[in-house]
Design a protein around this ligand. Sequence first.
Ligand code: GDP
Length: 463
Amino acid sequence: SDLADGLTRRIEGLGASVSESLFEPVIRLGVTGLSRAGKTVFITSLVANLLDRGKMPALTGQSRIRAAFLQPQPDDTLPRFAYESHLADLTGQNPHWPEGTGAVSQLRLSFRVAPSGMLAGMRGMRTVHLDIVDYPGEWLLDLGLMEKSYRQWADEAFNRLAMRGGEAYLALARQTDPDQRHDEPVADALARSFTQYLQAAKAAGFSDCSPGRFLLPGEKAGSPALTFAPLPPSEAPRGSLAREMERRYDAYKREIVRPFFRDHFARIDRQVVLVDVLSAIHAGPAALEDLRQTMADILGAFRPGRASWLTSLIGGHRVERILFAATKADHLHHSQHARLSQIMQALLREAKDRADFAGAKTQALAIAALRATTEAEIPQGDSLLPAVRGRLPDGRNVALYPGELPEDPAQLLSAARRGREDWLAGDYSIMNFAPAPLALRPGDGPPHIRLDRAAEFLLGDRL
Ligand code: GDP
């Protein structure tokens, strides 16, 4: 009877998933971006605003949403996005930023949607599920490793190490004989030193700091598949350190990168890629140039023409829309927003050219998922500087002038290639506003900038 029970349950389970996909459509929205791009704040504010909808005119203008509610997600083994505690962090008595994304998580938001079209009067309300999948952009960039051998990867890593201040690791690698017998403390010391270099490169503003799990290991921290590092070319005899490093690199690709793409990435319908463009501009030309190339790598993942292993995982499934959103637009006075949008658009256009992209519908926007500032003008001589006012973490309420973005994005990008830097100096380096205390009226979500437009592009046609 155990067997019969199990069988009945399986058939019921099958029935549920079939009827769900037939009558209750599911939209899987991927949310990604590098660490600190703003994924956690974006999802929290998006969900709060979709639940309340008072501040979503661009979406609810034509929308047929009649109700929105949270439901248990369908994937029992995936961590749930901690929406309630993140919202409490942002909107509680003493508002502060929540802890950012460290691994993949999911949340299901369901809508009751009014019927549309000619037969609208004859049809009842529909339910549409939105499954939001939050995952680190660092993991997406690991795609670039899949078709590289250990040797190719290590050679590239050494080139980068030399250009990005990796002297400490280079010195350690030079002292190490790659053909010595494998010894775990040696492997561990190399991996640690290499991770420190990646962390420093990330802190200096570089976008592509793969292997992504070295920065965000998730639950695999400390496993052999995460304990490897590049070594100079050698004979690599059996049992040697170099041979073991190569074996672990291959395990990383097979056991960590591939399953992530198969289980999460392959099922996404709509994608938002959040980009902290302002920080990259502030960090200087090398960081911006790196961001430019990284965007092409990200776009390439969504049109896996040549990457045959990925095509075979994804099958016929397609991502239909990709939004690239420059986050934290509330760091700028609104008179600068158009320039930020134009820079994001120029980056997207270049990425499309580089990635030879002809897949999903794309758009670029400048947004703030949670607006932490108000606008202010600071008198300077005869003129007024367009500034923003907010609360610093130490409690001071200050108006700061972030500097000015260039009028022509092409100018910025070509200056980045030539290595010039004089944008967003001003007070930008100390801009670290805390979320403002909120007094929300019933039905109002947290304040934002163009989050409704982001939602309209990503979901408007389905809701
Ligand atoms: P994640 O690592 O991608 O999940 O990034 P988070 O969502 O944790 O955001 C990282 C940090 O960026 C936050 O702690 C905030 O300091 C800042 N941030 C994110 N979104 C906004 C925004 O809309 N406005 C402002 N002013 N800061 C933001």
